[in-house]
Every structure is written in structure tokens, then in C-alpha cells.
Design a binder for this molecule. Sequence first.
Ligand code: URA
Length: 433
Amino acid sequence: MMDGETYEGGSVAHHIIDIIEKKKLGGSLSEAEVRDAVTGYTSEKIPDYQMSALLMAIFIKGMSYEETLSLTKTMAESGDSYSFPDSVDKHSTGGVGDKVSLTALPIAAACGAPVAKLSGRGLGITGGTIDKLEAIPGFSVDLSEERFKKQVETVGMAITEAGSLAPADKAIYALRDTTGTVDSLPLIGSSIVSKKAATGAGHLLYDVKRGSGAFMKTPEEARELADLLVRLSEDLGVRASAFITGMDAPLGRAIGNALEVRESVAFLKDEDTPGDLAHMARRVAVRLLELKGVSEPDEAVERAISSGAAYEKLEEFVAAQGGEADKLPDLEVSSETHEIKAPRSGFVSRFDALGLGRAALALGAGREKKGDPLDFGAGVEVFARVGDAVEAGQRVALLFGSRNIERAKKLAEESLEVSGEPTDAPPAILDSL
Ligand code: URA
């Protein structure tokens, strides 16, 4: 550490200690103090142990809205920034079987709303759009800024990963991940919005998931995060809106990378698709068009699906990023399968997203630790939903893959609860703002 370097009030070392002390005692950091801490850390003048102490103080004492906005701006401005004022993007806080980006975005793009999207990889049990797309042979998210911009203009849809966008968030997120400071509202809000603001889409929809398979477990936490994401985005000049959606059960039937692409393709080809997925994909596409001010968005969305235009847009986008679009409907999935059967007759009262997500992860659809190779063809297909009547011995799920099969079976079996009384299926979208 370069102790001799000075800030206005003294050396870097003293300055960061003052900032930590102030936050530890519940004080409010000025915009300059937030910036000094972030830039000091990314330029390696502040070491991991001091940044960790500051993050833990923030975790325990919280941050005011003004501090959170300063942190968001500083991280957004820490690397490249793009500008796509006419484009749309959506962000999910992470769920199991969440293929809304793969379904709603080609629809929006086919309706004339260009998509400039930043996506991530899977985190824990929650899948990531990049992992799903990489199940398509040849597909790559490694786009230069120039190619990303050109593709948004010519194809109307491009997806990239953070790369040089908001590098401060990348560094701080990695530290949070290993210091027990991920689940802090101001840190999550600033992390998400800084990356989105740097990507530059002018219209954003947040899908804040709530339930067993999501980071936010209660309605209050989900609402608070949704409010924060929308407020931070609007203050950074982005038109934003949010849905709060249920994640006590997986979305749709498929969990796992190739399986989810196949289910998305079936939906876009107007083939039979589970009602919760079909509803969510339509509502998200409509809301994105509303944010853009497109008139009669419901009609536009229905036309894009029934005419095949949305599926053609998916093919065009996949091909533009090097993917073999002709393989989309029949992506290879694992030939090794295991059935899960209902233990008794009755009504499904729970088929838990957390347990099914863990089963898919164990089979190789996600990473148990950093750097684990994925099995793109692994995952779970779920054939029974909350509220459905089932007979003893009826197949309720199919596991795909050969890794950790006994553990995956146990996790899937324990996720299912069959009761004697019928239960209503919860709505897919719980709230919106
Ligand atoms: N996703 C992010 O991008 N950041 C967080 O802090 C949590 C989830």
C-alpha cells in the first residue's frame, strides 16, 4: 500500500481508516468518501482487508439512499460506458428455470424495441442467461464494443457480459462473495444498477424474484429491493419499472441450460408451454414495449409470436453471435435419465424451487464451486405443478445427467409434497411498480 500518497485530509491509510470508523459508528459517507474508497480499492491502494472491513460495516449499519446512489455512480463510471438510449434491457435477480430473457427479449426485439443486454452466468442454484446461450454450439458473448453496438443496430438484439463495464463492481463483488457481505440491500442494489447503467440501455425492467429459490425470501425484502432498483435507475437517467415474481417453484417445466433453451424455443414457436412461463414472457415483453411508449403492445406481442417473427429474431440473434441456429429446437440433452415418481395420490402442495435447483446443480447444470465445468445437457424437467392432482407412482419429474445422481434424486424427492387437499397455484407475477 502506498501510505505516502495523500488525500485532502491526510494519507490514504488514514483516510480509509477514518471512512471505516465513520461507517462503523453509523455515520453517512459523503460522495467523495465513497469515491475515494472505491477508486482506492480498484487501484490497489486500499488492500482487501480494509475494504472487507468497510463492506462489513456497510452490511451492519446500512447506507442512506444518497450513499447508495454515490456508490452506484462511482462503480458505473469505473470502466467503459455505452449508450443505447432507444434500447431496452431486463434484469432478473435470479431464479430456477428462469428463461424470461430467452423468451421475452426476442419478442420485444421483433416488435421494434432494440435489446442491448448485459447478462451474467449462473450463481449458486440460480441459472444465468450466458450459460444457457452457451449450450448452443458456437454461441459467444465475447463481443467487442464495436460489434455489440453494430449488432444492436442491425439485428436489434445483442447480449454481452460485463467485461470492461463497471469493473469496480466485479472486484467488490468477488470480495463480498468471500466475506459474507453479499446479502446487503444497498450493496446488491448498487451492484446491479451500476452494471446496467454502464451498459446504457435507456429502458429497464427489473424482475425481482421472491421465494425459496430466490435471494429475496420475503415480500417485504423483494419490494424494498424493487423500489431501490427503480429509484437508482431513474436517478441515473434510465426509465425503469419492476415486477415482483414468485420463485417458490421453478418457472416453466425445464431447469438446466439446453433444456431451458429448448423450452424457450417451443414457446416462441407457439407450441404448448406451461402457463406460468407463457404468461411471464408475454407480460415482460408488453412492459418493455410500454416503457418504450409503443402503442397497443399486447397486440404487437401476440402478432410477433403467432407470425413466427419472434422465433426468427431469436434465430437471427443466435446466428449473429456465432451460434448454430438450426440446432435450436433439438439441442442435445443428456441421454441418461432418471424418473421421480409421486409417493402417494393427492394434490401437489409444494414442488420446491430451492430443492429442484440444488438437484439440477448437483447434476451439473450449475457450478458447485468456481470454475466447475458445466454439463449443458444436464437438468430437471418438472411435470407436476402446485395444485395438480397426481396418482401414486405417476412420473412427476425427469432428471437428466450422470453426475451425483443419488444426491440429485434425494433432493428432487424431498422437494415434492403431496397433500390430501387441493391447493391453489400462486400467481406468477405478485406485484409491479
Ligand atoms: N447480482 C448482482 O449483480 N449483484 C449482487 O450483489 C447480487 C446479485
